[in-house]
Write a protein that binds this ligand. Sequence first.
Ligand code: M6R
Length: 600
Amino acid sequence: MCGIVGTVSDKNNIIPILLDGLKTLEYRGYDSAGLSYLKDGNLIINKVEGRVKALEQKIEKNSISHIGIAHTRWATHGKVNEINAHPHQVGKITIVHNGIIENYNKLKHKLKDKGYNFKSESDTEIAAGLLDYYFKKYENIDKTIQKFMKKVDGSYAICMLLENDPNTIYVIKKDSPLIIGQGKNENYIASDVPAILKYTKNYYILEDYEYGKITKNNIKIYDKEGNILKKQLKEYKGSSATSDKGTYEHYMLKEIFEQNTTIRKTVNPYINSINDLLTLPDLTKYERIDIIACGTAMHAGLIAKYLFEQYSNTKCEVFLASEYRYQNNFLNNKVLSIFISQSGETADTLAALKKVKEKNYDTLGIVNVKESSIARTLDKVLYTEAGTEIAVASTKAYTAQIALLSVLALSTAYRKKQIKEEKVNKILEEFRSINQTIIPVLENIKTYENIAKEIYQKNDIFYIGRGLDYALAMEGSLKLKEISYIHSEAYAAGELKHGTISLITKDTPVFASATNKIINSKTISNLKEVISRGAKCYLITDKDIEDENFKQIIKIKKVSMFLKPILTIIPYQLIAYYTAKLKGCDIDKPRNLAKSVTVE
Ligand code: M6R
């Protein structure tokens, strides 16, 4: 989603720093870019619709500057075009902004009454207008920012340049991440540490309703009343976002193949013995677990629901964060709310978490990015060790999430005496030797490529399953949709004939997994029903089936239900990948999508 970079230096070298930062943030998804810098006392603004490369070409050759701000925009208010791209300048104020100004319409009318005119459709231009209005009124930047924070509803990470103030960048933050990097005679601002990692590892985190003034050798951070704060300087421990693609054509493919390692790394502290497993948090005092997340992370929650309910006899509900926020959540002290997020910055998940925290109920998180907003807000965090995930389509973060949730459910089942020691030891051994079961699934590439050839020109594809396999169908369908742009639907296998089977015609592809011996035969019967109506069925299973009615049967090794989802999702991930590749799609950066969804 939108990205911010800013810097002020004692050297005239900041344009490459801004461009580097924007390039690092590209993977998050954006549709236009812009930057603004001071050159010989004049403020230059360059903006483009499209890629950072185009912005680079637009900047006048040999331009030098010591202060500037830059942005990648993912459109929320107003079309994707140059006018709506950031920075926005109104009067004495120039800003880049991540987030959404919710009351922008009301503010726009007020400002218009005061004589302001706006060029764009963007809510950010209104924010710039409001800052300019207060600055003219108070002639004091602290008062201006404090008043702005009082009047604006919504989320914002703002980086601002002020006319006649050539040495300071101002920042303001609420509900959108923003950090300040400390360098040597050079300081930085970014929406995400990796954007400035090439220059510094040391940074301050800005919290909600804080603002800052940054010069080349001074960083001052204030609370909303203008009191100066003593903040802790942090050192970034994560890896760089621009990790190499190596020999892989796309990050997505690389990340799929990394899963063997990332799963192991994530569960490693817990799988050597039952004692290690019991170092996971004890959840036995909770009568209910609520899991709250978005997209693929929510799908990981559905896998956990199955495992917690079936094996540890713990009631578990899964919620989409965007819905959870506006529901009656029936919370009490016996409910644990688990939040799952790769980025740790998803706005809906963060807002839902804040709702639970305000009521003082217990929270636990499964998060990939350390020190992210969600990680910092949680009571307790278990980190997935997936490393930086660049491709928009989540793969290795998802399997790391389900691996971690699986061992958590396993430890709960053991603590509640719902599962025998011998069985637990067997499952732990399966995790330790996951290489042997996962590598054959990863290497079955020819099969996935052939299936992709059969489906890439289709318009509608179905994914069905029961229980865990239904949750996997949802994730398989999402993967295909987001990167190949083929419409697909996931259905509970038994539900198809209650309406949707009317869409099955000759050659409609239907994917299913049947990995649960109790309900396998039912799913297979449902597949036979669609085959009778002309569908072409692809089945993933650990069962020994030979049946020429299926277009393809993909065999996975027999493992316990705690590992099966991991093995089953890989064929779905790779089929989606090869299908998108045949269609010539922009696999790592699918249209309209962002890696980190920081607006609600
Ligand atoms: O960073 P998060 O895990 O909180 O992100 C949640 C979703 O936006 C994310 O999983 C999204 O659905 C992925 N693009 C799916 O591949």
